[in-house]
Structures are given as structure tokens and as C-alpha cells.
Write a protein that binds this ligand. Structure first.
Ligand SMILES: [Zn+2]
Length: 301
């Protein structure tokens, strides 16, 4: 075992001890559908929202993954502050991280927000919960990160906002599209690149399920769980190898979002400026023409 691995394991252990300590400290606890939500009394409103989200989403998750949460309950902790979140996660996560799942210990930690946005919290919770369901099927085998994150985004009811569309359009125009295999280094990306990686992963899984039906994800996971190679399984279940699939996803994204790069603020600003200049030019021209008409009339008198 290398020194790095030993250090990492030690840090993880410390994080786990702090996690257990925080759970004991927090008073509010609700059990539902294979999960235990834990937080401070102050966060009881948020927790009750999340309980509703878990209950209403459970049937959809069970159909999609083909099984219920089983075994040790999943502990979902909402720390009291961003500081506590960083302490539990041992400062190893990037600043943009909004939540984390430790699949082996079946725990989810959600970063508390400055203000409570139920939709945003719901999206993050469902995203992390999808990682747990996925790991329950394949553990201890792994799938590429774009696939794992894409499934999590897909199950979080993600929709592509205008802002997302512009970000994707810009990435295509500026040739910053990320190769699927590079998404494995996601945790080392800055916020903008990470956001793009998540979006690409989501659009890949959306394309995959649109073409092959949502059940294809479960079929791939169940075969991968028997230690078959991910690339071979992907080919068997979709009739397409990963290179062709990635090419198709790129073509679809290119068709749907390239044009949106024109909607970014800079372009809109210049389009409005040009329209203003043209409008002023015509107004002045019209006024001058009217003046000449008046002078002509005066001369005729
Ligand atoms: Zn994730």
C-alpha cells in the first residue's frame, strides 16, 4: 500500500469519525423508504421536504433500477453549515461540490445552502440517491464516470436551462467539448468545466435512453455487475460501440445547442446596439425628409 493510499484511507477514516460525531450531535431524524435523514432542529422544514421528495420518487427509482433500496439504511446528513460540510468531507472536494455520496458506507452528505431552494435541494438529493441505487447493483465493479454521473443527472429530473444551453453552445463553438473518457477526472475540473462535464454526461444518458428505452441502463448495469467489460456490454445492449455512440451524442448536441451560443450576453448586446444605430439612422432620415417637405411647401406659398 503506497503512502498516498494510506494517507487517503486515514483521511477517509477521520471524515467518517466526524460524520458519526455530527450524526450524534444532530437532533432531528426521520426514517423513510430505506433512508434516514439527519439534521439540526432548525433544518426540520428542509428535511420534511426531502422526505416527501424521497417518497414521491421511490417508485420511479425502483422501476428504473429494478430494485428497492435494501440492506443498511442510507444515511442522509444535512450539516449545519458549509464549514461543517467541508470538515466532514475532509476538504478533499472542490468548492463547487453541492453534495457527495460515499457508496460503500451508504451515506449522503448535502451541502447546506445560504437560502433554501426546495427544487435545487431536491435535484441534488435525487442525484446522490441515484448513485446509491447504481452502486447497489454494480458494487464493487465501477462504470465510467460519464455514465454514472449521467444516470444521476437523468434521475434528478434535470432539465436543460437557457443558461445550460448557452454553455453547451459555447463549448461546441470554441471546441471545448470534453471527451467522455476525460470526464473520469471530473473532480479535478474547475467549476465551469465540471458543469459542462455534468451536462454532457446528462445529454449522453438522455440520448441513450431516448434511442434504446430507459431499461437499457439497468440492462447495462446488471451485465457490468457480473464483471463483464463495460465496453463489451455497451456494444451488446445498444448495438453500437462507445466511439460511434459518442459521435452520435456530439452530433445531436451540435444540432440542438450550437445556435444557442449566439444568445450569450455579448452577442445580444451587440445585436441590440446595431439595431439601435439602424433605428436612429432611419428616424433622422425620416425627420430630414419631413423638414424638406415643409420647406418645399413654404417655397411654393
Ligand atoms: Zn454525482
Amino acid at each position: 500500500m503506497s503512502l498516498e493510499v494510506k494517507r487517503f484511507k486515514f483521511m477517509r477514516l477521520i471524515g467518517y469519525v466526524i460524520f458519526l460525531f455530527c450524526i450524534r450531535m444532530h437532533a432531528y431524524e426521520v426514517h423513510t423508504a430505506g433512508c434516514i435523514l439527519v439534521g439540526a432542529d432548525n433544518d426540520s422544514v428542509i428535511i420534511n421536504y426531502l422526505v416527501r421528495d424521497i417518497d414521491s420518487s421511490a417508485p420511479r427509482f425502483e422501476t428504473f433500477f429494478g430494485e428497492k433500496l435494501s440492506g443498511v439504511p442510507v444515511i442522509i446528513l444535512i450539516p449545519e453549515s458549509g464549514k461543517e460540510y467541508d470538515k466532514i468531507t475532509q476538504h478533499v472536494l472542490p468548492d463547487w461540490s453541492q453534495g457527495v455520496t460515499v457508496t460503500r458506507q451508504r451515506r449522503i452528505i448535502l451541502r447546506p445552502a445560504n437560502y433554501f431552494n426546495p427544487d435545487r435541494f431536491r435535484e441534488i438529493l435525487l442525484h446522490e440517491l441515484a448513485h446509491i441505487y447504481l452502486a447497489q447493483i454494480i458494487h464493487p465493479v465501477r462504470v465510467p464516470l460519464w455514465f454514472n454521473e449521467g444516470v444521476a443527472m437523468y434521475m434528478s429530473d434535470k432539465t436543460v436551462s437557457w443558461e445550460d444551453g448557452i454553455a453547451i453552445g459555447n463549448a461546441i463553438v470554441s471546441n471545448h467539448f470534453i471527451d467522455f473518457q476525460d470526464i473520469d477526472s471530473l473532480l479535478n475540473f474547475g467549476e465551469t468545466k465540471a458543469r459542462l462535464a455534468y451536462l454532457q454526461s446528462f445529454l449522453a444518458i438522455r440520448h441513450l435512453t431516448n434511442v434504446n428505452g430507459p431499461e437499457v441502463v439497468q440492462k447495462i448495469l446488471r451485465s457490468v455487475a457480473t464483471n463483464e467489460s463495460f465496453n463489451d456490454v455497451f456494444m451488446q445492449k445498444t448495438g453500437q460501440d462507445l466511439i460511434d455512440f459518442e459521435y452520435d451524442v456530439y452530433q445531436e448536441i451540435n444540432k440542438d445547442y450550437r445556435w444557442m451560443s449566439f444568445l450569450q450576453f455579448d452577442n445580444i448586446f451587440w445585436i441590440i446596439m446595431v439595431l439601435l444605430v439602424i433605428s436612429v439612422f432611419f428616424v433622422i432620415k425620416l425627420r430630414n425628409r419631413n423638414k424638406i417637405k415643409v420647406w418645399d411647401l413654404v417655397e411654393e406659398e
